[in-house]
Design a protein around this ligand. Structure first.
Ligand SMILES: Cc1cc2nc3c(=O)[nH]c(=O)nc-3n(C[C@H](O)[C@H](O)[C@H](O)COP(=O)(O)O)c2cc1C
Length: 187
């Protein structure tokens, strides 16, 4: 297993064929006042482990407020309306990637809709989608199935779900989870 893992990581580094793209909120949240969002921390760990490119989606016009309550309201409304909130900058040269690690917090069993804006905006032919999320209990429930429904032409690999607070309070534990998950995916 070790040899395979090393082979994959080396290949990923040389070919830069893995992208980690994510949305993460900060501000006042379920696990306190965050300087850096939980999913941002997880995304950085995944990208580091894979030598992948890392890209954060930032919403245009401050679509997502920093405060918990208004954020809940807007995210619910987005789901009801199947909204596609816009983001600022886009990933350069998206076509060079084969593995798209796509992440965001679990928001009412969905990724924030801005993540779907990103996926809808790109040609996903022959891409492998690999979801990851942080959450307070629901895990990937709904996110993985929604991804498969939205993008039926794409292979969706088994995703990773991490309790959000662990990224801030016990990063070593999360790093181990990331390593185990990736080893399992690419063995
Ligand atoms: C609008 C909103 C909806 C949420 N919905 C869920 C949910 O359905 N299931 C869950 O386990 N956690 C839910 N949470 C908690 C977040 O998923 C969790 O705090 C996450 O780690 C935040 O990640 P971030 O810091 O990257 O934004 C929700 C939080 C917010 C703000």
């Amino acid at each position: 297993m070790k040899a395979n893992k090393n082979k994959y990581f080396k290949a990923a580094k040389e070919e830069t064929n893995a992208l980690v793209v994510y949305f993460s909120s900060k501000g006042f949240q379920a696990n306190g006042m965050l300087e850096k969002g939980n999913t941002a921390i997880l995304a950085e760990m995944i990208a580091k482990e894979l030598h992948a490119d890392l890209f954060q989606l930032v919403s245009k016009d401050k679509h997502y407020p920093d405060d918990f309550r208004p954020l809940m309201d807007i995210s619910k409304k987005d789901i009801e309306e199947d909204a596609r909130p816009q983001y600022l900058e886009d990933v350069p040269n998206f076509k060079k990637y084969k593995y798209i690690f796509v992440g965001g917090p679990a928001w009412f069993f969905y990724f924030p809709m801005i993540v779907y804006t990103f996926l809808d905006n790109h040609d996903l032919s022959h891409k492998i989608l690999i979801p990851f999320t942080t959450h307070v209990g629901s895990g990937l429930t709904g996110i993985d199935t929604h991804l498969e429904e939205q993008y039926p032409g794409n292979e969706v690999f088994k995703g990773l779900a991490v309790i959000g607070a662990y990224t801030q309070e016990d990063p070593d534990r999360v790093r181990r989870q990331v390593k185990d998950w990736l080893e399992d995916l690419f063995k």
